[in-house]
Design a protein around this ligand. Structure first.
Ligand code: ZN
Length: 419
C-alpha cells in the first residue's frame, strides 16, 4: 500500500469510529448516500418528500430535528455542483452531547471506493455499513497454476478468486514415435515446452498487468515439480512482474480448481506478505536502536523534535495510537501552551473540559485554540520534511511493542542528532 493511501485509510477509519459513537435521542440522524450517477435534482426532490412525511412524526422534538437535518442537507446540496467520482455521503442530525443537550452536526465523506446504491436512512444511529465494508482489505494477487499439459491463470481479489484463462499445450508425451531419433525427439520436446511456457508467460503478463502495478500485492505460482520451478527460473513473465513473485507452491490440479488449491496452500504466506513491509520497517528500527549509530528515536517528544528539524527518514506510527494535540491560549494575556492528550480506550475525542484550567500567569480562563488528531498533525509535519510515514499494525510482536513500549511513535533517522 502506498504511503498516501495508508494515511487516507487511517483518516477514513478514524472518521468512521467517530461517526459510530454518535447517537440521536430519537430516530433523527440522517445518512444520505449519493452515488456518482445520481442527479442532484432528484436527490433534492426526494428529500423534499421526506421533509413532508416528517410532519407526521408524533414526537415534536424528533419532528423538529428530522426536518432541521433535512433543511441543512437541502441547503448544502445547493452548493454541490456535481457528485464526486466515487459519490458523496452526508451524515446530519441532532447528536446527543450529554447533559440533556443535542448539537446539529454534519460530516461529509468522499469515500475511497464508489458508492453503488442511493440511500436515505433515518435512525437513532448513523448508517455506516456500506463505508465500513470499504475498509476491508481488497488486495489483489496474481494466480498461476501449470504443468506441461495445461495452465490456468486468475486473480485473487480480496477473498474472491477470478479465473481468467485456461491454456493447453501441444507438448508431445514422453513416448517417441518410431523412426525419430531419441536426440531429435528430446530436442523437439524441449522446444515445445519452452514455447508453452512463453505462451503462459505472455497470457499471465497481460492479465496481471491489467491490475495497477502498485495494487498487485504478489504473484503466486503453483504446480508439480519441476514444472513450476522451470517456469520460475526461466523468467517468462514481464520483468516488472518478475519482482512481484511471492512464492512457489505444490498444487495437484492445474485447472480452475487448482487456483483455490493454490490460495489455500499460500494462505500463510499471504498473511506474511500483508505484514512484510511493516515487519521490515520495525526490524530496521530495532537494528538502529541496538547499534551505536544513534539513528533511532522513540516516544512522542523525541520523535517530534527530530521531525521538526527534518532528521527523520521514516516515521513509524502505530495504527492503535489515539491522541490529540491541543493548543491553548489565555483569554486575556499572551500565555500559550501545547500538549498532547492520550485518548482513553473507546473515547473518540477529548471533552472540551479537559483544558478548562486557568492561566498560570493571570488566572483568566484558558481557551482551546486548536485540537487535532496527533496522527494527522505528525503526518503533515512529515510531509513537509520529506519523511516517509509507515503505519504499523499491532498484529505482530514488534508492532505491538511499538504501541506498548514506545508510545506508538518511533523514527528511523537520517543521521544521529543526539536528541
Ligand atoms: Zn493569562
Amino acid at each position: 500500500m502506498s504511503e498516501q493511501s495508508a494515511q487516507k485509510k487511517y483518516e477514513f477509519k478514524r472518521k468512521l469510529e467517530q461517526l459510530k459513537s454518535k447517537k440521536g435521542r430519537g430516530t433523527e440522524l440522517v445518512s444520505l448516500y449519493i452515488p456518482p450517477d445520481k442527479q442532484i435534482s432528484d436527490v433534492v426532490s426526494q428529500l423534499k418528500v421526506e421533509h413532508g412525511q416528517a410532519s407526521n412524526i408524533k414526537s415534536k422534538v424528533t419532528k423538529t430535528n428530522v426536518q432541521g437535518a433535512l433543511d441543512s442537507l437541502l441547503s448544502r446540496l445547493k452548493y454541490l455542483e456535481e457528485v464526486p467520482e466515487n459519490g458523496i455521503v452526508y451524515f446530519t442530525g441532532a447528536v446527543d452531547i450529554g447533559a440533556n443537550k443535542t448539537n446539529m452536526e454534519t460530516t461529509i465523506i468522499e469515500p475511497p471506493q464508489q458508492i453503488i446504491t442511493y440511500r436515505y436512512h433515518c435512525d437513532s444511529r448513523f448508517f455506516l455499513e456500506p463505508l465500513e465494508a470499504m475498509l476491508k482489505e481488497t488486495k489483489t494477487y496474481g494466480l498461476l497454476v501449470l504443468d506441461r499439459r495445461e495452465a490456468t491463470i486468475g486473480l485473487l481479489v480480496g477473498k474472491r478468486i477470478e479465473p481468467y484463462r485456461h491454456l493447453t499445450s501441444t507438448v508431445p508425451g514422453k513416448q517417441r514415435k518410431g523412426g525419430q531419433s531419441a536426440q531429435r525427439f528430446q530436442q523437439l520436446r524441449l522446444i515445445a515446452i519452452n514455447d508453452f511456457y512463453k505462451k503462459i508467460g505472455e497470457a499471465a503478463s497481460e492479465i496481471f498487468m491489467s491490475v495497477e502495478l502498485s495494487d498487485l500485492a504478489g504473484i503466486l505460482i503453483g504446480g508439480p515439480s519441476p514444472t513450476k520451478e522451470e517456469f520460475d527460473s526461466g523468467e517468462y513473465l514481464h520483468h516488472e512482474l518478475e519482482k512481484k513473485k511471492a512464492g512457489l507452491f505444490d498444487v495437484a490440479y492445474t485447472d480452475e480448481s487448482g487456483l483455490s488449491e493454490l490460495v489455500n496452500a499460500a494462505s500463510e504466506r499471504l498473511y506474511d506478505i500483508d505484514l512484510m513491509e511493516e515487519k521490515r520497517a520495525m526490524e530496521k528500527f530495532f537494528g538502529e536502536l541496538v547499534s551505536e549509530s544513534e539513528k533511532a528515536a522513540y516516544g512522542e517528544e523525541n520523535v517530534r523534535k527530530n521531525l521538526e528539524i527534518g532528521s527523520v527518514k521514516t516515521l513509524l506510527i502505530s495504527e492503535d495510537l489515539r491522541a490529540e494535540r491541543i493548543v491553548v491560549n489565555c483569554s486575556s494575556c499572551s500565555y500559550q501552551n501545547k500538549y498532547t492528550l492520550q485518548l482513553r480506550a473507546g473515547e473518540l475525542t477529548s471533552q472540551e473540559s479537559d483544558a478548562s484550567n486557568n492561566c498560570p500567569n493571570c488566572g483568566s480562563p484558558i481557551e482551546i485554540r486548536e485540537k487535532v488528531d496527533i496522527v494527522e498533525e505528525l503526518s503533515n509535519l512529515a510531509d513537509q520534511m520529506g519523511t516517509e510515514v509507515k503505519f504499523i499494525s499491532t498484529e505482530f510482536e514488534e508492532g505491538s511493542q511499538l504501541m506498548n513500549a514506545f508510545g506508538g511513535l518511533a523514527a528511523i533517522l537520517r543521521f544521529s542528532t543526539g536528541i
